[in-house]
Design a protein around this ligand. Structure first.
Ligand code: AGP
Length: 618
């Protein structure tokens, strides 16, 4: 969490850094700060609140904005409450060095005590101020340059970091380093300017050339020089790979929508198409995925597949469990990455681990991957962010081509993850003949129709808005589904609670009578998925049970349904498809519903309280 944005070059740094911070606010938004160096002094502005609050401060004094070197930060608090003092950047004791940091220094307390003994004082409660003072102390004691001091200091800390450090006495360079938290360097024409950021979005309009630092690497960025990258734990030089960015500016802007979330909901037809384009060749009745083809023997002979993920990605993993077991008859277990990594799981080199992550930076998922690799398992990643830590750490994998997802609540990431996982299930099912050619072909044909069906389904927006207005003041909600749609019920409940702060729970419909039924009264809205092929009659019975206890029913049904329509208070129709593919459709009304309720309650849809888009701390 936390976003870093920095600039060194010939342009005014302020607008570049501030716009960069706005694009990175999805990473944290409880406080923000910026340092601009004007050639003589480092001008610091910081505050609790959002980047827009920071702008109110800098707008009071235009002088604070002048300078061609700048470093900014948007924070998601770990050590120290969100307040002005704990906001980054942080100066060293002498005021000569400044740092912005994303991550956690675990042994900061021990280091802080030692530094206090040596006369250092601390203004904030942060681990970051400890790190910059440690760098200063090392620089003083060793009499070395900034780069060396950063390296030595980092070798004595435990934790995770992406940092950017500037020394007033060396105003043509910035030092950056990474361990566990991402950092990208944008290279301007002829190395006359450089950009540093947590992802490439802050500099996409200035350059397409970027270096993504690997773990345990640091870079010395000097105006007019080639970026020098070396290992943190020794001095060995690394030849950095300069990647060409594919991201475009309009992908990271709202494009006329009020919020990123609603833009991203509407992008799903395209995102799903982009995800299967070139992979699903319906005419030839094949799925082309080289990452699966190259490892097909491993998949087909695996004892089991273990899926690890967090949050929405974990829900996509649950859908995949149903898909892979149904279509390919390979045993699947789905684990919260945070539990898996600490519970001494039974895992061998005959197992395959699939790690699912939109950001590719989730700390728990990354740790689960490392554990699985240490036990000899083959690890396959399903990620959205190209070049992310998880994409690099896994043995092989497939990208979801959702494009940047900026709203904190995952929408298109979920449906594109399910798309990739469906392709994998189908491919494995065909390879081990669990699916007949006829079944396989039928799935491909139905899958091809999904983007158009999602597009049509998005037209229920007005109807969903009306339902939202009826239930927006509810205190509790239940979401029920069975089979392939049980995970969609969980995801529907997560969407509602994370952006509208209404308590919601997802349950397998049949489990209701083992507890949650006690909650049902006339004030309880219950969102039920009752598609025509998925245990339909059983779900209808569940709906009857709710009705006889005066619960309010909002049902998602298949077009043409008559039975549920008679009992439910509201029905939303989805187009007909194979039951295994319905999660790609049933999830859409739930996304819209959460969105509209949150808007009606005037909540911050894209940046809900206490959350961050990528959770890079455990
Ligand atoms: C979902 O809306 C949340 N933003 C959250 O649960 C998210 O899915 C989770 O933190 C995992 O993130 P990842 O996919 O980037 O690993």
């Amino acid at each position: 969490m936390c976003g870093i944005s920095a600039y060194i070059g010939f342009r005014e740094a302020y607008p570049i850094v501030i716009n960069g911070l706005k694009r990175l606010e999805y990473r944290g938004y409880d406080s923000a700060g910026i340092m601009i160096y004007d050639g003589k002094k480092m001008q610091l502005s910081k505050t609790k609140g959002k980047v827009s609050d920071l702008e109110l401060i800098t707008d009071e004094d235009e002088q604070r904005k002048i300078g061609t070197i700048g470093m900014g930060h948007t924070r998601w608090a770990t050590h120290g409450v969100p307040n002005d003092v704990n906001s980054h950047p942080h100066f060293s004791e002498s005021g000569e060095l400044v740092i912005v940091h994303n991550g956690i220094i675990e042994n900061y307390d021990t280091i802080k005590k030692e530094l206090i003994k040596r006369g250092y004082t601390f203004k904030s409660d942060t681990d970051t101020e400890v790190l910059i003072n440690l760098i200063e102390e090392v620089k003083k004691v060793e009499g070395c340059k900034l780069g060396k001091a950063v390296q030595l200091a980092l070798n004595s800390v435990v934790g995770a970091y992406a940092i950017s450090v500037f020394d007033k006495s060396k105003p043509n360079e910035i030092i950056v380093a990474r361990l566990g938290s991402p950092i990208a360097i944008g290279i301007g024409k002829d190395s006359k300017e450089f950009f540093v950021a947590s992802d490439a979005s802050p500099f996409v309009e200035y350059t397409k050339d970027a270096i993504y630092l690997e773990d345990e690497e640091m870079a010395i960025i000097k105006i007019g020089k080639k970026v020098k990258v070396h290992k943190i734990n020794d001095d060995s030089l690394v030849e950095p790979t300069v990647q060409k960015l594919k991201m475009s500016l309009d992908q990271i802007e709202k494009g006329g929508y009020d919020h990123f979330m609603i833009k991203e909901i509407h992008e799903q037809p395209k995102a799903i198409t982009d995800t299967f384009r070139g992979r699903m060749l319906v005419d030839q009745s094949i799925i082309k995925m080289s990452s699966i083809e190259e490892n097909i023997e491993k998949f087909l002979s695996a004892d089991k597949i273990i899926i690890v993920a967090c949050g929405t990605s974990w829900h996509a993993g649950l859908v995949a469990e149903y898909l892979i077991e149904d279509m390919a008859r390979i045993p699947v277990e789905v684990e919260y990455a945070s539990e898996f990594r600490y519970r001494n799981p039974i895992i061998t080199n005959k197992d395959i681990v699939i790690a699912i992550s939109q950001s590719g930076e989730t700390a728990d998922t990354l740790a689960a991957i490392k554990l699985a690799k240490s036990k000899g398992a083959f690890v396959y990643g399903v990620c959205n962010v190209v070049g992310s830590s998880i994409a690099r750490e896994t043995h092989s994998g497939a990208y979801t081509h959702a494009g940047p997802e900026i709203g904190v609540a995952s929408t298109k990431a979920f449906t594109t993850q399910i798309t990739v996982l469906t392709l994998i299930a189908l491919k494995l099912g065909k390879a081990n003949k669990s699916l007949s050619s006829h079944e396989f072909k039928n799935y491909l044909q139905k899958m091809q129709k999904i983007p158009r069906q999602v597009e049509k389904l998005l037209e229920v927006d007005d109807q969903v808005k009306e339902i939202a207005s009826v239930y927006k003041d509810s205190k509790n909600c239940l979401y029920l589904g069975r089979g392939f749609n049980f995970p969609v019920a969980l995801e529907g409940a997560l969407k509602l609670k994370e952006i509208s702060y209404i308590h919601a729970e997802g349950y397998p419909a049949a489990e209701m009578k083992h507890g949650p039924i006690a909650l049902i009264d006339e004030n309880m809205p219950i969102f039920v998925i009752a598609t025509n092929k998925g245990h339909y009659e059983k779900v209808v019975s569940n709906i009857q049970e709710i009705k006889s206890r005066s619960g309010k029913i909002i049902a998602i049904v298949t077009e043409g349904d008559t039975q549920v329509k008679e009992i439910a208070d509201h029905v939303i129709e989805i187009p007909e498809t194979e039951e295994a593919l319905t999660p790609l459709l049933t999830t859409i009304p739930f996304q819209l519903l959460s969105y509209h309720i949150a808007v009606m309650l005037e909540k911050n849809v894209d940046q809900p309280r206490n959350l961050a888009k990528s959770v890079t701390v455990e």
